[in-house]
Design a protein around this ligand. Structure first.
Ligand code: FCB
Length: 459
């Protein structure tokens, strides 16, 4: 087997998000978020699961950091829960909420693990949703205020600041097809949310920079959009449309200071973009130092007049057919196609040159072939399918580097099994198994494998 070495200083780490692992939903003055509301709404989340307890990381963070250190992680990407910092989304800062991230940061630094903070991983304070959430322009301004409050407390120790995680999901799943909180289905709301999320990013990025933040970035989940038939003009048009709605609507304003004309024309055909104001695009394009890329699976589309489309892509009904994924699949039903990661990284590096990239999420849900929620009799969880997935994607990332992509690191999703949004706890992405009855952590064979990869800086 050939060995693949990654560049010196390549950052190896793992990622999580507040609502998915913390639990402690009412501790120390935390206010309700849209995910508390959504998960309590019958029929929204698998079997009514909630993040009330999750992995109880809020109380067990010290043990979890010890596990990270054992695996040799150089970096840990976590998110801050806005409702812990400002329970109502605006107004006075709750110091007890900040205390938790203070303790977590110190625990990481004491083990030599670099904290990478994400300020928004989907848990909007419910009080802001009651005023329209991301459809309300003011939310963008409140977000910058909140970002500044977190930086004021942690800026002396945290170098890398990420504004948003996957605004595509917040906007289109939250307000387009309603699969995520707050569960709305309204194209106008979805596009307003896209714009206000981007604006919030721009305002927060500027505020963080002014406050002296070292590295400022955003994490997106760009799609590798492929034509069902590469020679079909209709399929190529479908690719162009979906690529516009998924990728260029974010990348162009972020890195070229303007929405693409074809995307704007599409938006205007569906809604009146009253949310767009002069000067916004300039604000959104605040310079960034790092672009986070989350990648899981490719998207195959065909252009068809009877296409079923998807509410997550407004205006695709009667135009686009999203092809059913072809196996082998992960437990999410997602295709496994590492080459998609290479293509995506190369495309971004080519079309939007000059920004260093980091894979801020990549991983797979598999059921861990023990057949139950618990490790087998000798305390092991053998997840060969996850190892194969990670191995394939690391090779794909390496291939992108060898083709010249400035890729700085790889963060596996996820450190722990956790609350997988609408899927609840039934989808396990962790390299560490969590027994939700006892909160016992068991590193899976993938964790041991990853530890090896890190120690060798390669495969
Ligand atoms: C991403 C999310 C992350 C996790 C993975 C599986 O879209 O950012 O929280 O749910 O998918």
């Amino acid at each position: 087997m050939s060995t693949l070495r990654f560049p010196d200083n390549f950052v190896w780490g793992a990622a999580t998000a507040a609502y998915q692992i913390e639990g402690a939903a009412t501790d120390d003055g935390r206010g309700p978020s849209i995910w508390d509301t959504f998960s309590r709404t019958p029929g929204r989340v698998h079997q009514g699961h909630t993040g009330d307890v999750a992995c109880d990381h809020y109380h067990r963070y010290a043990d979890d950091v010890a596990l990270m250190a054992e695996l040799g992680l150089a970096a840990y990407r976590f998110s801050v829960a806005w409702p812990r910092i400002q329970p109502d989304g605006t107004g006075p800062v709750n110091p007890r909420g900040l205390d938790f991230y203070d303790r977590l940061t110190d625990a990481l630094l004491a083990r030599g693990i670099d904290p990478i903070v994400t300020l928004y991983h989907w848990d909007l304070p419910q009080a802001l949703q009651d005023r329209g959430g991301w459809t309300n322009r003011e939310t963008a301004e409140h977000f910058a205020t909140y970002a500044t409050a977190v930086h004021t407390r942690l800026g002396d120790r945290i170098r890398t600041w990420t504004t948003l995680n996957e605004p595509w999901c917040s906007a289109y799943l939250g307000y387009g097809n309603g699969v995520h909180a707050p569960g709305e289905q309204d194209p106008g709301a979805a596009f307003a949310a896209v714009h206000h999320l981007l604006l919030g990013h721009g305002l927060a990025a500027r505020a963080l920079r002014a406050a002296g933040a070292d590295t400022v970035g955003i994490t997106i989940n760009p799609a590798d959009v492929r034509a069902a038939d590469p020679d079909s003009a209709a399929d190529k048009a479908a690719v162009r449309l979906v690529d516009g709605l998924h990728n260029r609507i974010f990348l162009d304003p972020l890195l070229r200071a303007a929405y693409p004309d074809d995307v704007l024309e599409h938006v205007v055909r569906l809604v009146e973009p009253t949310f767009l104001r002069d000067g916004d695009e300039k604000l959104i394009a605040a310079p960034i130092d790092l672009l986070g890329i989350n990648y899981y699976a490719p998207t195959y589309v065909a252009g068809r007049p009877d296409g079923a489309g998807d509410g997550a892509y407004p205006g695709t009904v009667g135009a686009v057919e999203f092809l059913p994924p072809v196996g082998p699949l992960t437990d999410m039903g997602w295709m496994i196609e590492p080459a998609g990661l290479t293509r995506l990284l190369e495309r971004i590096a080519t079309d939007y040159p000059g920004v260093p990239l980091m894979i801020t999420e990549n991983g797979a849900a598999f059921g861990d072939k023990t057949g139950t929620d618990a490790p087998d009799g000798v305390g092991q969880v053998m997840d060969a399918d996850r190892i194969a997935y990670l191995d394939g994607h690391l090779r794909a990332a390496h291939e992108a580097i060898s083709r010249g992509v400035d890729l700085r690191g790889y963060l596996v999703w996820s450190l722990l099994d956790n609350f997988e949004w609408a899927e609840g706890y039934r989808r396990r992405f962790g390299i560490i198994h969590v027994d939700y009855l006892t909160q016992r952590r068991t590193p899976k064979s993938s964790a041991r494998w990853y530890q090896e990869v890190i120690s060798r800086n390669g495969l």
